[in-house]
Write a protein that binds this ligand. Structure first.
Ligand code: ZN
Length: 247
């Protein structure tokens, strides 16, 4: 049994669409607020709590559905996957995030990303907690133009799920603009067409540097060089579009 690339990509896209929607909605909302005012800050927090709660539940449900499908594909029998919650104290966690962004004078897009990140984390937490419960193996599967850090994680290959990977009860290293996520398997089943740990191990080993930090930094520099032309292209296009709208 193999999880085909299309099935996996669809899953990754679904998860990404969920956290991106939360991010965009929050960015649009705070754009219309004067966060210098206390009542606006309260409105921002209340809306962030509502968005983060709703979309975290959606992300957790999508993660549970995939988890149960993989369990079935592996021929295993476990109780239905349980959705993780954003935090024990959702209001407190979201308020802390929003207040932190306000203090940093973050842009609306960055504030949106911070909420999207909480949503993404809940989805990943869901997979991790069930994998730990059921003694699965997991691997971090990069998606698209992966961040160097994710390639390093992917190069570790399949590992026994362990609570040690949770920090404060949550997945670590969850950043915005990254669609990489955990895949799970049981006794080597199923296999994933989208995941070839050897490829990532080669990339990691070929990267310059002695420590993992050096290697991640040199992979990052290489990607930056490859991407910078593309990014410049995107910036020029965005600038042209803005110009057009202003005229
Ligand atoms: Zn990533």
């Amino acid at each position: 049994m193999t999880v085909g690339s299309k099935v996996w990509e669809q899953y990754v896209k679904t998860l990404a669409a969920i956290d991106n929607t939360a991010a965009k909605k929050f960015a649009a909302f705070v754009r219309g607020l004067d966060l210098g005012k206390a009542d606006s800050r309260k409105k921002a927090i209340d809306y962030a709590v509502a968005l983060a709660t709703k979309y975290s539940e959606t992300a957790a449900a999508a993660a549970c559905e995939m988890y149960d499908a993989i369990v079935a594909a592996a021929g295993m029998y476990f109780p239905a996957a349980e959705p993780a919650v954003l935090a024990e104290n959702i209001y407190g966690e979201v308020a802390k995030t929003v207040n932190g962004m306000i203090k940093q004078n973050a842009s609306p897009d960055s504030m949106g990303s911070a909420i999207g990140r909480l949503v993404k984390r809940t989805g990943v937490d869901t997979t991790m907690k069930n994998a730990i419960r059921d003694g699965a193996e997991w691997a971090w599967i990069p998606s698209g133009d992966s961040c160097a850090f994710c390639i390093m994680l992917a190069s570790n290959g399949w590992q026994r799920a362990s609570a040690e990977a949770l920090k404060g009860g949550h997945a670590e290293h969850i950043h915005s603009n990254c669609d990489c996520t955990y895949a799970i398997r049981f006794n080597g089943k199923p296999s994933y067409a989208s995941y070839n740990p050897d490829k990532y191990l080669d990339m990691y080993e070929e990267a310059d540097g002695r420590t993992w930090k050096d290697k991640v930094n040199s992979m990052r520099r290489e990607q930056y060089a490859e991407n910078s032309e593309e990014i410049n292209e995107q910036k020029r296009a965005a600038y042209a579009e803005r110009k057009e709208r202003e005229e």
